[in-house]
Design a protein around this ligand. Structure first.
Ligand code: NAP
Length: 324
């Protein structure tokens, strides 16, 4: 069986994640019964891929592992599909994200940064023709995570004020666009003046330097940064407000600010990825509101190392996608 071109983790190197990254040939996937092969047209990069190379969620004995959670392409019958990356156990019923045995592509099963990826058939959603493969490939991780954070876990409704910590990231840009399209007032922090400027173009109402005093307290904060912004997030919430957290790029947060949590009756809510149904609704929302993910760069999969380097350098606004 001929191999496939893939971007994969060949070694775990926590302090120098790109040292373990290889772009080269891997065996073509052999799908078990009930799984499908997707001919990947476009795959998207996520911070998750850097975590994997650092050994977070991926162990040495699972290597080599093809990276990547996000793909859009065609199935064996030529249908255009988007891949839902949350792989649940066969017997699981209910919210996909609550299955204790769930994994994302590239954690237990080979990932999407490849010419072909194998996934359970139930993880395929039709790709509407109005949505390009490039835009579709951005939705299943960063955009789905943002959707669930805002609307399912954060219960954000029109008229609320939402603070998004970080402006440039895949999840952060999605949060800004989706919250704004849903009628929320969106405030954003970023370390970079250029990214703050770009956040305004995506729909933010006001932007701030990290840690800045806000004009007033907010209804909800969306956190993916962790330690660097946690204190500011807690101080920014009005009584009864909600902090939704789905990531900790800068590390675990300390202190937890427990006195604020109980005295102001704050809700601290975890969120992870999203269900197949939520991905379906996200796709509808994007079509209805003519929303398309921000793509900073598109490059051939063979040149994926440059995309990983840009993400590692924090030099990105929106998504990096690879054409396959
Ligand atoms: N739980 C889940 O299901 C799930 C899903 C998706 C992502 N995540 C996690 O969420 C995080 C963001 O993912 P992503 O793909 O959006 O990553 P990304 O594209 O690399 O974005 C990183 C973000 O962090 C912000 N940031 C602010 N201060 C930072 C600091 N001191 N150090 C590092 N970053 C800082 C950046 O904002 P500025 O550069 O504008 O300041 C940027 O918005 C990652 O940790 C990822 O693993 C979790």
């Amino acid at each position: 069986m001929p191999g496939v071109l893939a971007a994969y983790a060949a070694a775990i190197t926590p302090d120098d994640p790109l040292a373990g990254l290889e772009i080269g040939e891997r065996p073509a996937p052999e799908p078990p019964a009930g799984w499908a092969i997707v001919n990947v047209k476009t795959a998207a990069l996520n911070h998750h891929d850097l975590w994997s190379l650092r050994g977070v969620g991926l162990a040495e004995d699972q290597l080599p592992m093809i990276l990547g959670c996000d793909a859009a392409g065609t199935d064996e019958d030529g249908n255009e599909v988007v891949v839902h990356s949350v792989i649940t156990s066969d017997s699981w019923r209910g919210d996909d994200t609550l299955d204790p045995r769930r994994s994302l592509l590239s954690e237990r099963y080979q990932g999407a940064l490849a010419e072909h990826v194998a996934v359970p058939k139930r993880n395929l959603l039709p790709k509407p023709p109005e949505l390009s493969f490039e835009h579709a490939a951005c939705l299943p991780t960063a955009w789905l995570t943002a959707y669930r954070m805002l609307f399912t876990r954060g219960a954000v409704v029109p008229g609320m004020t939402v603070l998004v910590q970080g402006a440039g990231g895949g999840v952060a840009t999605a949060l800004v666009v989706l919250a704004s399209a849903a009628g929320a007032r969106v405030w954003v922090t970023s370390r970079s003046e250029n990214k703050r400027e770009q956040a305004l173009g995506l729909g933010a109402d006001q932007t701030f330097e990290p840690g800045a005093r806000l004009p007033e307290r907010v209804d909800a904060v969306m956190e993916t940064v962790g330690n660097a912004t946690w204190g500011h997030s807690m101080r920014s919430l009005k009584p009864g407000g909600t902090l939704v957290v789905s990531g900790a790029t800068s590390g675990d947060a300390s202190p937890a600010e427990l006195a604020r949590v109980f005295f102001l009756q704050l809700s601290v809510v975890g969120s992870t990825m999203g269900t197949r149904d939520e991905l379906e609704r996200l796709i509808c929302f994007c079509l209805e509101r003519d929303i398309r993910p921000t793509i900073q760069a598109q490059m051939p999969l063979a040149d994926a190392r440059a995309g990983f380097q840009a993400l590692l350098d924090g030099d990105v606004v929106g998504k990096i996608v690879f054409s396959v």
